[in-house]
Design a protein around this ligand. Sequence first.
Ligand SMILES: [Zn+2]
Length: 302
Amino acid sequence: MARALSARRPLAWGVGCAVVSLLVACGEEPMPVPSATYETEHFLIIDFAQLDDPAIQVVQARLEMEFERVSQALPTFTPPAQLLARIVPGNGTPFVTPAESSLTLWGDSLTLDYLPHQLTHLFTRYVRRAFLEEGLAVYVTELLLPDLPTVHPYRGQTPHAWVSLFEDHGSTIPLLTAFGATNLGYNVNGSTFDASSWQIFVEGGSFTRWVVETHGWDAWWELFEVDDLAAALGTDPAELQSLWLAEARGRYPTPLACEEALGTVGVREEFWCARARGESVATRVTRSSPLQDAAPRVRMRE
Ligand SMILES: [Zn+2]
């Protein structure tokens, strides 16, 4: 049931310095004065990228549509009354800053297929372990966009299929290690840390699907609340891992090879595939990344 989208409605010209200084604080170039600000039912949209009318209307409609779909997928959560969506010039992966209930999109690469992932983070406010938060966001995306296995970072095949590939190579990051990861920050230039983080996103999505399909949503919400695998699911982690991996392997016995699934392969993907094949296998999932070391004042999540 779609809620009505309020009309395109410019609110103001020249938004104050708070947003601009935030972007500076996050390490980005200073932004120009926003071209316009719009308000829809659930979003305040500040456009720094000077999108034309058709483009801004597409963004407004997709934001409201995905808000509704994520609401239905996550009935347990009450989202913030209003979410802030910034559109900035340039190319990049959308990110959220849970502390200010905001989402940042890049005007030259409006990857709106990422919205279910990002909105899931804003609904939950990202209060639990990265494995649970990212796993939920990956799974919600798989639910809402089942025929679109292109969404970064789990593109090319389903999370279960990726896990099946990891099992082929003996490179699966153990469940307890992944579950305990405290930092999934990215180094987009490629690194072992980045490759391990990517793999934990994928494993988190696969594990979430398995829990929901075998134990039900109530069990998953219990896990999200208590943050304890055995307490929430009634089985010790080693057994959970065994059952989960067997299911993924059984459902996708012939996964695509890493490079084939990813398609375009650059430096970053080479690290991912080396990790998936069990090469360069150091699992650095709890140490700070170079990005985190840069210490942005506002926490961003991919
Ligand atoms: Zn995420």
